[in-house]
Design a protein around this ligand. Structure first.
Ligand code: B3K
Ligand code: ZN
Length: 876
């Protein structure tokens, strides 16, 4: 396949300032008439052909300025349209008519049908599946869209922008016209038509303009959209307060569809959502679902400024909108919920998804330099690490200067397609700082590591940190340059407070942040009488790994006393990880793992510490996952031994804290009316975490069964079902609970996804058979991305012992399924295929089987560009 390179960027010869589209919708034969105002750029000769992108298109008519083109004047293939001899005039009107079959579009890109609703997905390159176009983000155009459909089939007709007319047509057809005054790239185009229910509301902006808000859902599900609507209004208000950003159209619509390749899409004025991220009530959605809905509604809304008003020059700049918008949605959630808890959750996600990417064959810079398939670059690196890079800019500049930089960014680049260089420049301009070394965070892949040791000289009252940075090699980047790493720190005294020091040399230290810029720094603090404990990378100020020599006593002290909540959590988590890794080694040596009572006892103290928020306590008690442990071990992974080590620690903590846990579990029982707010969710999270431990003690299955039966919301019900399925596989309680759940929710696909997901997570070699059988369940479908991700995605990316079965049976299933999904939906298949990205860290026997599986996909004929790209990079 073709490789696209950043350095090859070149502006187009032609522009398309205006785009008129008429759709005559029909499931198997939709007609699209595009009328494009084409402008030749100054200095470009009239003889230069106009070349438009297409993807599988059928051209039925073509005219310029009203004149049908002669066959000699153009050349059309399904994937390209060339106007070989454009008119001499610098501006002309090009009419293109294409015919589409949305009902047969199973890739879910371009115009397709989802449960009888017409909808579109154009990012990144789906618009070219609708009409021939300069389908790239630096071509900004003002769109006017006319949608025609049979009234009974599609009473609702939506597109971007503001409504601009509607009416009836002959033979039961009708139409609506939409006009979007803001020039936009084609990837933000959207159309929705169908029979949908509406939730209406309104929002008055900062300057007093009234915006009509609509959320459209499957008829009958309107009451499930209330939480999403509330989240939308809070997002609109927050963006005004936090970033001074006001909404700019008269209407803002959101549509929920059930077949969608990702979470949601920020089309201008018409966001389209996976219904999983809109529909919720206590009966069907968990607290995690509510939090995701809030975050994704906010994320897509925030794109209106970071993405839409200022878009990307090319797809290499994807992080310009995604990393920044993730940062904005993180800040929003932190303000709406608990900042400390949110930060811990963010870091857990980053480590679970981005670190393995950065440390494996698919590693790439936050701003990549090349790609074969752009859809494979909507990654945790671009999104999550991209957000961390923006956060570091704020850490380095301080909040006020950061905000001034953002203001300048909006002022300077509104209406433009910008680059990362433009973004960095605004912060250099407002701060007067040189961010060139810092900008390596965008250009260099890999997770930097800091090795840190310390010495205290009581006689001289000196405390010295020796810090060394290194960035491991990544594909096609064997030599790395030195990074600028902002490391927030505190020297903690025995009273838990920061120790004051009189001076510091060896690095620039500002506002509690050490600026690491060289390979090695000896940072010497003077006037330090007592030996401090080191609280490092506070608040996770930089997305790095640390190798720190720190006494266990200090680690325990910080786990109990660090006044930075994140670092306190980190200290405990590090202790747990260390214990789990030694337990893993003991298991491999055929020994029974043992754990220090100081560690298991601390778990009880944290659980019972009323000064800590319940949500924090729940996160602290959640042991590092099997994948987390595997990542920290790094190589020669035996998932079964990791599983045994983790089980042993869970049981040891449960046994050591039987009474504390059980009393607290009882005290946290709550009969108040359900509320999805963060504090209530935190109490449920803690109680459900305790249930997980208590279920390992005698009577545990019965306890979980009672929890399940008495649950009054999905959070508790799903938690209990998870405990039963994962900890009490095959028990009568589990069999009954799974059957009850299935019977109760058989007709609710989103809830059935949880049922699939839980069963796909059950550890052990037998799960492959259950998963295979579930692919035949009436509620399952290989055509629906949510179903596929719940069952197949969970099994392959979140079930270490099940998927990495020693005999390779999990991998065989993976190959079959990926290839089966690929026939319909290459994007979804490519995403699934990333499950084997860490195959090289497995022990040799599994490694060989995983490689065989990847090779068998690679040698399949006619692979899509999406899947071939992932598999070949994974094997390289
Ligand atoms: N921008 C979309 C993602 C599009 C993915 C295309 N393969 C959603 C988002 O990040 O907000
Ligand atoms: Zn986004």
């Amino acid at each position: 396949g073709q490789v696209f390179k950043l350095e090859d960027y070149r502006p187009t010869d032609y522009l398309i300032p205006e785009t008129g589209l008429t759709f005559r919708l029909s499931p198997a034969a939709t007609r699209v008439i595009a009328v494009l105002t084409v402008e030749r750029r100054d200095g470009i000769a009239a003889s230069v052909p106009l070349v438009l992108d297409g993807d599988g298109l059928t051209l039925s008519r073509i005219a310029i300025d009203g004149q049908t083109l002669a066959p000699a004047d153009f050349f059309a293939t399904p994937d390209q349209l060339t106007i070989t001899t454009p008119p001499a005039a610098p501006r002309f009107q090009l009419l293109i008519e294409t015919e589409l079959a949305p009902a047969h579009n199973e890739a879910l890109m371009g115009l397709y049908r989802s449960s009888n609703v017409y909808c579109t997905q154009c990012e990144a390159e789906g618009f070219r599946r609708i009409t021939y176009f300069l389908d790239r983000p630096d071509i900004l155009s003002v769109y006017t869209v006319r949608v025609e459909a049979r009234h009974h089939e599609a009473p609702l007709l939506l597109s971007n922008g503001n409504p601009a007319g509607s009416g009836e047509l002959a033979d039961g057809w009708h139409y609506a016209v939409w006009h979007d005054p803001f020039p936009k790239p084609s990837y933000l185009f959207a159309l929705v038509a169908g029979a949908l229910g509406k939730v209406a509301d309104s929002f008055v902006t900062l300057s007093g303009r009234k915006v009509e808000l609509g959320i459209y859902v499957e008829p009958g599900k309107e009451r499930l959209a209330g939480y999403a609507m509330d989240a939308l209004k809070r997002s609109m208000k927050w963006d005004e307060e936090a970033f001074g950003r006001e909404y700019d159209l008269d209407v803002f619509n959101i549509v929920a569809v059930s077949d969608f390749n990702m979470g949601a899409m920020e089309n201008k004025g018409l966001n389209i959502f996976n219904d999983k991220y809109v529909l919720a009530d206590q009966e069907t959605a968990t607290d995690a679902d509510f939090a995701n809905i809030e975050a994704i509604i906010a994320h897509e809304y925030f794109h209106n400024w970071t993405g839409n008003r200022i878009t990307c020059r090319d797809w290499f700049q994807l992080c310009l909108k995604e990393g920044l918008t993730v940062f904005r949605d993180h800040e929003f959630s932190a303000d709406q919920r608990s900042r400390a808890v949110k930060r811990i959750a963010e870091v857990r996600t980053l480590r679970a998804h981005q670190f393995p990417e950065d440390q494996g064959p698919l590693a790439h810079p936050v701003r990549p330099r090349r790609y074969r398939e752009i859809n494979n670059f909507y990654t945790a690196t671009v999104y999550e690490k991209g957000s961390e890079v923006v956060r570091m800019i704020r850490t380095i500049l301080g909040s006020e200067t950061f905000r001034a930089g953002m203001d300048l960014y909006f002022e300077r680049h509104d209406g433009e397609a910008a680059t990362i260089e433009d973004f960095i420049k605004v912060f250099e301009d407002v701060s007067g700082r040189d961010l060139s070394q810092f900008s390596l965070w965008y250009h260099q892949a890999g997770t930097p590591n800091l090795t840190i040791s310390s010495t205290h000289n009581p006689a001289a009252q000196e405390f010295t940190l020796e810090i060394e940075q290194s960035v491991p090699p990544t594909p096609s980047e064997s030599r790395k340059r030195l990074m600028h790493i902002p490391l927030a720190f505190s020297l903690v005294g025995t009273d838990g407070k920061a120790i004051a020091y009189s001076g510091v040399e060896g690095a620039s230290v500002e506002d509690g942040v050490i600026h690491i810029r060289k390979r090695r720094h000896m940072v010497r603090f003077t006037g330090v009488a007592e030996r401090p404990a080191m609280s490092l990378n506070r608040g996770f100020s930089a997305p790095v790994t640390l190798s720190v020599e720190q006494k266990a006593d200090d680690q325990f002290f910080l786990a109990g006393h660090d006044n930075d909540t994140f670092s306190r959590w980190q200290a405990f988590n590090t202790l747990l990880t260390d214990a789990l890794i030694s337990a893993f080694r003991q298991v491999l040596d055929g020994r029974q793992p043992g754990f220090a009572s100081r560690l298991t006892g601390l778990a009880g103290k944290i659980a019972d510490d009323e000064t800590l928020e319940p949500a924090y306590r729940a996160l602290a008690l959640a042991l590092p996952s099997e994948a987390d442990i595997a990542r920290d071990i790094g190589k020669n992974i035996d998932p079964d031994a990791i599983f045994s080590a983790r089980e042993a620690l869970t049981a040891a903590i449960a046994e050591a804290n039987r009474e504390i846990f059980s009393d607290l579990y009882d005290r946290l029982a709550n009969n108040d009316a359900f509320s999805p707010d963060a504090a209530s969710a935190g109490r449920r999270a803690l109680r459900n975490t305790l249930l997980d431990y208590l279920s390992l003690l005698p009577g545990g299955a019965a306890l979980a069964a009672r929890h399940f039966q008495s649950a009054t919301n999905m959070t508790d019900r799903a938690a209990a079902l998870t405990v039963l399925a994962l900890r009490h596989r095959g028990s009568p309680e589990t069999v009954k609970a799974l059957a009850d759940f299935e019977a109760k929710y058989a007709t609710d696909p989103l809830v059935m996804d949880k049922w699939f997901q839980i069963q796909a997570s059950v550890p052990g070699p037998q799960t492959i058979f259950a998963v295979r059988a579930l692919t035949g369940h009436p509620a399952f479908s290989m055509a629906n991305p949510n179903r596929v991700r719940s069952l197949v995605g969970t099994f392959s990316s979140a079930n270490q012992t099940g998927f990495h079965r020693a005999d390779g049976e999990g991998y065989r299933f993976f190959v079959e399924t990926v290839l089966q999904v690929e026939k319909r939906n290459p994007q979804l298949a490519a995403r699934l295929a990333t499950a084997l990205r860490s195959w090289r860290s497995l022990e040799p026997a599994r490694q060989a089987k995983a490689r065989e599986a990847l090779l068998s996909i690679a040698k399949t004929e006619n692979l899509s560009a999406d899947l071939r790209d992932i598999v070949e990079r994974t094997l390289a």
